[in-house]
Design a protein around this ligand. Structure first.
Ligand code: THU
Length: 134
């Protein structure tokens, strides 16, 4: 399912006064629930949170557990106002892998509103798991 319109509305909620780079993410669970996230920057730069982890944290706060997350959708808009095709950063890939038990599909949107889907296992081979047998 294409979530460009929802993501585009969400982009305006990003808090990015330092980079001007807006990122919106929607997490979809296996049972169809959705959770929004945006990047929230901080004057203490490393405390900035990415849109993808923000969305996943909302899902976890609502009770989702590892394996519940099926999809992560991402749309970004650069400081020039143009859409930018943005893949999740390394830290977000790790969290997506953990919270989906390596099963999530990540949908990255381009300027035309089309998406391309990638399995998290392709985006982050050999993700770190404390209990790999689980
Ligand atoms: N950002 C995300 O929200 N997701 C990513 O996967 C990469 C980067 C944000 C963090 C920061 O607010 C802005 O993009 C520029 O790095």
């Amino acid at each position: 399912m294409n979530r460009f319109r929802e993501l585009d509305r969400l982009l305006d909620n990003a808090w990015c006064p330092y980079s001007g780079f807006h990122v919106a993410s929607i997490v979809v669970t296996a049972d169809g629930r959705t959770f929004p996230g945006v990047n929230v920057e901080s004057a203490a730069f490393p405390t900035t949170i990415c849109a993808e982890r923000n969305a996943i944290q909302s899902a976890v706060a609502a009770g989702c557990r590892p394996g519940d997350i099926a999809e992560v959708h991402i749309l970004a808009r650069g400081p020039d106002g143009h859409y930018a095709e943005a893949y999740p950063c390394g830290a977000c890939r790790q969290v997506i892998a953990e919270q989906s038990l390596n099963r999530a599909k990540v949908y990255v949107y381009n300027a035309e509103g089309d998406n391309s889907g990638h399995s998290i296992a392709d985006l982050l081979p050999h993700a770190f798991f404390l209990n790999p047998e689980e």
